[in-house]
Design a protein around this ligand. Structure first.
Ligand code: 6PG
Length: 237
């Protein structure tokens, strides 16, 4: 099942996402005593991370029950501003008392081994059951990629939990969760802002194009929420 929330500004998108994450974490902790979330990278989630770390919201979350993972990571050093871990650590994780943080080891020169290591981490944390995140944050590139699943890439058909990819991007080497993991999530939160995304958003949400990576994220039993700002939603109004 999917839903679309259109907000006026990127700030409003961050507010809406923070409220939904609060709902998800409360339900997960009540039910299982733990909240497992996979964070995304790029520019968009920074506002959300800052909102979650803010005075008004920080104390609403039960951080001690959070287990933090990533939906993808670039093969750069941890302290590189392009690192998705660095983004989340600087804006959120360094400011709240989350103790269970499982970053993707994408600085490992052997990226294939790093993918296997992270898959093992997922198996150990989720037990023998296939990993089913309570919440997965995702963004979408203007080409329709999500996490580090890019159009026409073999990783889109992987049955592994985690893949290492080499793509024609400014940051070519990456680790990414795969569609089988993303589609077992209880709640997918797509945060998409900016006019440059509007055409793809229209192709996926209005025209039903099913071939793009972002359109192949359809949780089997969970909910997929697209939170858009007016600019990204301009062609689906
Ligand atoms: C990454 C991201 C990627 C991102 C989109 C949108 O590591 O590159 O996970 O999937 O979400 O490229 O990026 P922006 O938020 O910067 O537009």
């Amino acid at each position: 099942m999917s839903e679309i929330i259109i907000c006026e500004t990127p700030d409003d998108v961050a507010d809406a996402a923070a409220a939904l994450i609060h709902e998800d974490q409360t339900a997960a902790i009540e039910e299982r005593g733990v909240f497992r979330i996979a964070l995304s990278g790029g520019r968009t989630p920074r506002l959300l991370y800052e909102r979650l770390a803010s005075e008004e919201r920080r104390d609403m979350m039960s951080w001690e029950h959070w287990e933090v993972f990533w939906s993808d990571e670039r093969a750069v050093p941890l302290d590189d501003p392009e690192s998705n871990f660095h983004l989340a650590y600087a804006a959120l994780l360094s400011k709240v008392p989350v103790s269970e943080v499982f970053r993707m080891p994408a600085e490992n020169p052997d990226l294939h081994r790093a993918a296997e290591d992270y898959a093992l981490t997922l198996r150990l944390r989720f037990g023998l059951r296939p990993p089913a995140f309570d919440t997965v944050l995702l963004g979408m590139g203007a080409d329709g990629h999500t996490a580090s699943l890019f159009p026409d890439h073999p990783a889109l058909n992987s049955t592994a939990l985690v893949e290492s990819v080499e793509v024609e991007q400014p940051l070519p080497r990456r680790l990414t969760l795969t569609l089988p993991v993303l589609n077992r999530a209880l709640h997918i939160l797509f945060l998409v802002t900016g006019a440059e995304k509007a055409e793809r958003v229209c192709e996926i949400l209005k025209n039903g194009i099913a071939s793009l990576p972002a359109s192949r994220v359809n949780p089997e039993e969970g909910l997929c929420t697209w939170i858009l700002d007016e600019a990204a939603a301009s062609l689906i109004r």
